[in-house]
Design a protein around this ligand. Structure first.
Ligand code: G3H
Ligand code: ZN
Length: 291
């Protein structure tokens, strides 16, 4: 299997992006594996600190390994890691990438803490098992949920977005290999409306300034044309979580309503897996430019 940085390089050449999908249960993971298998595309599975604690680190690494053994090009990312202790745990467990998230802190502290995390990640990274370090600059909220209003403090106005100069300084001082900016994206999605539009020009300027792969967080609810333009401007990985959670919940409610006497998970869950898989496949196709 190619390592993750090779997959990203190949995506950059093809001007496509890789889908990153968060999971916290077996059904979501199966849905992602089915989608990646059907489309023969690489995929990144993300687990935040809370998701890791719920699923279990040895459990998720073993499951991902089992899908790799079946020929699925699946990578594992330690998403939104906020402590150095958890960075160390993830790299020791064999994750392919770790995001150190200090985006809520002032610039200087973000740089200092992220640089420490990068040192730990690089110490454990080798030619045999490479681990990529991602850093974030610009606060975009924290929760993958349905909301009525933009999360407080999230940077979506042009004057609050990540600037190319700060991005370049952040990347230089921290040594990250992947960079996640605030370019109009927010974690979570509106209940009945699309998310705010992305600033495509800003993505292009940041890409030119940092010259490393860019990651777009908060993908749920973004309109298709913004995704396509963002990929053209330099985004290489796109994170989606809320859309999967919503599909999971709606399909589960439907399955329970339609089968009031059924108690066997393996009979109730196939429809749930299919609903999540449909979302993943739709997003993966769009990111890979498959119509
Ligand atoms: O890291 C996770 C993501 O950025 C997901 O964001 O819930 O808005 O799709 P989302
Ligand atoms: Zn995120």
């Amino acid at each position: 299997m190619r390592n993750l940085s090779r997959v990203i390089q190949d995506a950059e050449k093809k001007k496509i992006a890789i889908g990153h999908f968060n999971i916290s249960n077996l059904e979501q993971l199966k849905a992602i594996a089915n989608a990646a298998g059907n489309l023969s595309l690489p995929v990144v599975v993300g687990v935040s600190e809370g998701e890791r604690e719920y699923v279990g680190i040895p459990q998720i690494t073993s499951l991902v390994e089992s899908y790799r053994a079946q020929g699925i090009e699946m990578y594992l990312n330690a998403d939104h890691t906020r402590s150095l202790e958890n960075v160390e745990k993830a790299v020791c467990a064999g994750f392919d990438s770790v995001i150190f998230d200090a985006a809520n802190l002032p610039f200087g502290e973000n740089v200092k803490n992220t640089a420490e995390a990068v040192k730990i990640i690089k110490k454990h990274s080798s030619w045999k098992h490479q681990v990529l370090a991602e850093g974030e600059l610009g606060y975009i909220g924290t929760s993958s949920e349905l909301f009525d209003a933009i999360p407080e403090g999230a940077s979506i106005k042009d004057e609050n977005l990540t600037t190319p100069d700060m991005a370049a300084e952040f990347v230089k001082k921290t040594g990250v290999s992947l960079f996640a900016p605030a370019v109009g994206n927010v974690h979570g999605m509106f209940k009945n409306a699309p998310n705010p539009r992305l600033n495509i020009g800003r993505i292009k300027d940041i890409k030119e300034a940092v010259k490393i792969p860019l990651v777009l967080h908060g993908g749920s609810g973004i309109v298709d044309e913004d995704f396509t333009a963002a990929i053209g401007a330099g985004i290489s990985i796109i994170h989606i979580s809320t859309e999967l959670r919503v599909a999971w919940r709606r399909a589960l409610e439907e399955a329970l309503k339609n089968n009031p006497n059924e108690a066997a998970p393996y009979k109730l869950m196939p429809g749930v897996i299919k609903a999540v898989q449909d979302v993943v496949e739709r997003r993966m196709k769009l990111f890979a430019g498959i119509s």
